[in-house]
Design a protein around this ligand. Structure first.
Ligand SMILES: *Cc1c(COP(=O)(O)O)cnc(C)c1O
Length: 463
């Protein structure tokens, strides 16, 4: 074998071994010693090291400090795992090392993005004519969408923001669900709109936007350039804004409507959950992640825009040497995202969609929701334990009596190594936040995790 073949085989075997064993090791590594990991990596050597040694040293040093997110009992944040075919496709992507800027830098990468992007629009029920970009994640998707929004609302006020910037521009009002994700605020900072300028709209008991209050806020300020940010999938409760009526209300005021559906947009891919995103197609832009619920490896997100010209005007990159630029020719991936040189993210997405098929995506979404319900039902049956949200999707928020007790139970569960779930503060309550978003999770994994939680409660009561 050549050295390359040996290295790739070694890496593939190491990854397969890790993924095979991950369900049996502590989900969060026990006694992680960061100093030992650093020591294992050594000092910058004076000369070269054989590739085989490099890989072995890296894997040996790092594996003890890895978190079992690809395993079936990681319920932290909204992380998702990585499907086998998508993982292997990512290996091809790295090996092919394509620059996915446009059809000149890689016809293959451009074609696959075209196909995968069209498949995603079909799954979500978005307009066929919508433009799209394969980005690094929800943050980038929200930023690109809001850049397109900024272009459009200012162009309608006869202001070319790409040329003139924001100095002296008409004021852009940004109105959003008070419980939006923090990446919306960061996008507003980056785009010069200012997080402080955001006008929050009241929410109901589940964090859904109050459409009456939305109308009040919109009417309460000057008419003019306006952007409204809605949410499909509240990051704590999983709740959905009433997209149809909120969008109609915002459109009555001439606002651009952006929907952050980092994980919740996937409800659109399931016939039994699609009602949650009713009216989704009436918005102007959408953001979602591949690396969360589709279980594509990190990092991968998608932005869609029903105004392709605004999308391209905000993002396109023109330089004389960049031929194949997309004006008349094929779609240029690089004209829809923040980066110029970038990895070909379409390959892993295409592989995930091809492996699952339409029914497989729906089944993945529905299974996670059913398992979240299973968590909620079993936990709510324990004395002193309350599930505080309506479990409409894959998110479960649990209170174990009071903040201190909840904190204690969460820490004990995390230490147990059986499963891992994070903590959140929502409505001034400290809560365990469970997110079921991994393709490998089964009923048995939920039951084992519930037993670990039960043990943590008992241990806490015995103190
Ligand atoms: C995770 C998340 C984001 C950010 O996505 P990244 O992929 O982490 O950048 C934005 N909005 C919501 C609702 C999310 O859950």
């Amino acid at each position: 074998m050549t050295e390359l073949r040996e290295l790739l085989s070694y890496a593939a075997t190491r990854v397969a071994d890790y993924r095979d064993a991950v369900a049996d090791r502590p989900v969060f590594p026990k006694d992680v010693d960061l100093m030992a990991v650093r020591a294992g990596l050594g000092v910058l050597p004076d000369g070269p090291t054989p590739g085989a040694t490099v890989l072995e040293v890296l894997a040996d040093a790092v594996e003890p400090a890895l978190v079992g997110t690809v395993g079936p009992r990681y319920f932290g944040f909204v992380v998702g795992g990585a499907l086998d075919a998508a993982t292997a496709a990512e290996v091809l992507t790295i090996g092919w090392d394509q620059v996915a800027f446009n059809a000149v830098t890689s016809p293959g990468a451009a074609a696959v993005e075209d196909v995968a992007g069209a498949w995603l629009k079909e799954l979500f029920g978005l307009p066929i004519s919508a433009s799209f970009g394969f980005v690094t994640g929800g943050q980038a998707a929200n930023t690109v969408a809001l850049a397109a929004a900024r272009h459009d609302v200012l162009a309608r006020a006869s202001w070319d923001v790409e040329q003139r910037g924001l100095t002296g521009a008409p004021r852009v009002r940004v109105v959003a669900n008070a419980e939006r994700h923090a990446t919306i605020d960061r996008a507003l900072r980056l785009l010069g709109l200012g997080a402080g300028a955001l006008e929050p709209v009241a929410t109901d008991s589940e964090g859904r936007i109050d459409v009456v209050d939305l109308a009040r806020v919109l009417t309460g300020g000057p008419e003019g350039p306006m952007i409204v940010c809605l949410q499909a999938g509240n990051v704590n409760t999983g709740a959905f804004d009433d997209l149809r009526s909120a969008t109609a209300t915002a459109h009555d005021h001439g606002a651009w409507v952006h929907v952050d559906g980092a994980f919740g947009l996937w409800a659109a891919a399931s016939p039994t959950k699609r009602h949650l995103v009713d009216g989704i197609q009436t918005a102007d832009s959408w953001a979602t992640d591949g690396h969360k619920w589709l279980n594509v490896p990190y990092d991968c997100g998608y932005v869609f825009c029903s105004h392709p010209k605004a999308h391209a005007a905000a993002m396109s990159l023109s330089a004389a040497y960049l031929t194949g630029h997309g004006q008349d020719g094929p779609r240029a991936p690089g004209d829809h995202v923040l980066e110029s040189s970038r990895r070909a993210r379409g390959f892993a997405t295409w592989a995930a969609l091809r492996q699952l098929g339409r029914s497989g995506v729906a089944e993945l979404v529905e299974r996670c929701c059913t398992l979240a319900r299973r968590f909620a039902d079993q936990l709510a049956a324990f004395d002193g334990v309350t599930v505080v949200n309506e479990v409409v999707l894959n998110q479960v928020l649990v209170c174990f009596g009071d903040d201190e007790e909840t904190e204690r139970v969460i820490e004990a569960v995390q230490r147990s190594g059986v499963c891992w779930m994070g903590a959140t503060t929502w409505r001034a309550m400290r809560l365990m936040r469970i997110s079921v978003s991994n393709w490998r999770t089964t009923e048995n994994d939920v039951d084992r995790s519930v037993r670990a939680i039960k043990a943590a409660i008992s241990a806490s009561n015995l103190r």
